[in-house]
Design a protein around this ligand. Structure first.
Ligand code: SF4
Ligand code: SF4
Ligand code: FES
Length: 238
């Protein structure tokens, strides 16, 4: 049997422990689902796809943020025990369910959306797959908004206004999108005190991203590009 401690309230007393049978190839999400179905239907958690596509099943597993649908118990169980908590840096709705609203608000604040301009082209623009810009975009485009990197980032914990690795990674893919017409506003949005320059480059986001993306390098790209934009503005004034 597996002893599963689940955070359901504040402080050291806020854990409830459940006993769950070990099964072959069991994932952490399987364990939570089994508890909810067989032992406590009031247990709250979130998932949708179960195959690493939707990004909704993130939780803290033995102190580390992870997708639970792609995390096997055998990989992470410490002896015969597992400790599950909600993702860090986000408000808890109930038990293991967090409110993702602040995370998505920051995508909007970082201009993490395509801006076609006032007169978008009638036809689709051709973007060559081997162009340098397209390759930069490729490196970050597979993000599925799971919030694991956001939960892993200490700067978000220290400064709740910090836009965070996922929103900044998204902004970087758009900075390299040659069809986009919102670059000046986007670079201004990511240059604020809560933007890319607040990143300490300590790589925690990159170490934890289950898709193998590297927000740290995307943020480094934004730091370079915002510095270039500032230099261009300075030269125009001089
Ligand atoms: S960058 Fe990775 S960890 Fe962060 S939200 Fe996207 S997929 Fe999840
Ligand atoms: S590299 Fe930057 S964004 Fe990533 S975890 Fe560290 S401070 Fe956060
Ligand atoms: S349930 Fe969709 S990524 Fe885990």
């Amino acid at each position: 049997m597996l002893a599963v401690r689940i955070r359901r309230g504040e402080g050291p007393q806020g854990f409830q422990t459940f006993a769950v049978p070990r099964r072959a190839n069991q994932t952490v999400l399987d364990v939570v689902t089994e508890i909810q179905r067989d032992q406590d239907p009031t247990l709250s958690y979130r998932f949708a796809c179960r195959v690493g596509m939707c990004g909704s099943c993130g939780m803290t597993v033995n102190g580390r943020p992870r997708w639970t649908c792609r995390t096997r118990v055998a990989q992470v169980a410490e002896g015969e025990s597992l400790t599950l908590e909600p993702l860090r840096n986000l408000p808890v709705v109930k038990d293991l369910t967090v409110d993702m609203e602040p995370f998505f608000t920051k995508w909007r604040d970082a201009h993490g959306y395509f801006e076609p301009g006032e007169t978008p082209a009638d036809d689709f623009a051709t973007v060559l797959p081997d162009s340098a810009e397209r390759q930069e975009v490729d490196a970050g485009i597979e993000c599925i908004n799971c919030g694991v990197c956001y939960a892993a980032c200490d700067v978000v914990s220290w400064n709740p206004d910090y836009l965070g690795p996922a929103a900044l990674n998204r902004a970087w893919t758009l900075v390299n999108d040659v069809r986009d017409r919102g670059q000046a506003e986007r670079l201004a949005a990511v240059s604020t005190d809560a933007g890319c320059h607040a990143c300490h480059s300590h790589m925690s986001c990159t170490e934890h991203c289950p898709k193998g993306l590297a927000p740290t390098f995307a943020i480094a790209g934004l730091k370079r590009e915002t510095a270039r934009a500032a230099l261009r503005r300075f030269r125009r004034k001089a």
